[in-house]
Design a protein around this ligand. Sequence first.
Ligand code: SAM
Length: 170
Amino acid sequence: MLPKKAGVLVEVGSGEGQLTVPFADLVPRYKIIALDRFKGAYSGNEAGLLSTIARNGLNARISVVVSDYNAWLTCQRGSKYDGVISSEFLPEITSKRMEHFFAQCHRVTKPGGLRQIRLKSGLVIRSKAARQLLKDWDIRRSYWKLHSGTLEMDGLEIPDWIIVGGIKQP
Ligand SMILES: C[S@@+](CC[C@H](N)C(=O)[O-])C[C@H]1O[C@@H](n2cnc3c(N)ncnc32)[C@H](O)[C@@H]1O
């Protein structure tokens, strides 16, 4: 999805670099700004991210910014980044904030740049957690009663990632 030129990407909610580091390998000509506020349950993850970056020899390509995403994006002037990516970040914000978040991502992205937001569940329908997730998604009880046997027997997977993405139109 990305042009094979050099550029700068922003990753929102990078955590310990679960996406950042493998993604950096896939796009060797890009620099990545890993943005995270590392607060609350995630407060210990900054050290983990910094050591993963160093261990993989990526200090020159990945820079870590500790900030609230909205505060940081708001301060960015113009459309200067080649893309905004994230993994498992959207569940961290309310749907009301999400609309503004997407608008901010669009604003800071260069025309022709990428906006990719990735969510993953990694759940197979057979598991208890998957069943709970489907319940949370309001899968009707009657539907579940009728089809759960087949779905579980086939070991169908709930899509492992949902990719919401797009190229900003020039
Ligand atoms: C579920 S973790 C995902 C970590 C990693 N990207 C992954 O794929 O596993 C969500 C991350 O979003 C960060 N986060 C949550 N709210 C944030 C905010 N308002 N500003 C910046 N980062 C935030 C958390 O600190 C955490 O590292």
